[in-house]
Design a protein around this ligand. Sequence first.
Ligand code: F6P
Length: 295
Amino acid sequence: MATTVNPPNASDADSVDEIVRAVASLAPEIRACLPGRRVERGETNPSGETQLAADAHADDLLLEEIGAIDDVVEYASEERESVLDVGDGTGLSVGVDPLDGSSNLKPNNTMGTIVAVYDAPLPASGRDLVAAAYVLYGPITTMAVARDGHVTEYVVDDGTLEAVREEVELPADPLVYGFGGRVPDWTDEFAEYAREVESDERMKLRYGGAMIGDINQVLTYGGVFAYPTLESAPEGKLRLQFEGNPIGYIIECAGGRSSDGERSLLAVEPTDLHQRVPLYVGNEGLIDRLESALA
Ligand code: F6P
């Protein structure tokens, strides 16, 4: 268990419960709506990616449910330009990636929903997270929830939370790796690190095009996932508020490490709602080696 995460106070804890239950209750509906929403909307999201009808629909459902929770005062999503005020006074801010990896919808592969609960206005630091969670739409619909330094995996097929794995920890002997971005676009330093990881005969490649699927592999088998700095995109592809912070928090609560190449993702200064960040997460030894390789 990491020691760097922020424990929620008692009233935040109740609100986190409500948020987690709301997301779990929506999971079957978000999933059920996917088959009819494989078409593109003809619009792009604030990060310039093609929006599918499914992205927007999941975002609307999440806004309605999460925005109605008393203690939630801000809602933001990867699909919206700016933060929405959904409550008065001070309270929690929720950032969501409604459908992570939605380009996997066409080929009918895994996708997820990511939720970050901050006790600060957005854009916020990962140090302000009081909980983070993701739903994985795999053969089974599961949800990993990190709070108070612990990670629990639930089955949420029917919209209720059935705990199936408590105190989830990255296995000590890592087995899988997945690295995003075109290989010719990697920096020389990252390419060298990748060769080193690949040359370990225990390690197998697992890259599915939806971060949540790949992260769940790392959480299950141990290993490393990266969407690195690219020559053409020094900040990589993934977004700090909706992807980097919550995934860093979950992996750190599960005993692993997160990094932007130099420091924990949770220590990256937030400057913009849609800012991108190079993302490296996994077993401590693998992330230590990565930081040495990039230094
Ligand atoms: O937008 C986020 C995302 O879909 C991640 O879920 C995934 O890891 C990545 O982009 C895939 O990117 P690429 O298509 O470049 O492999």
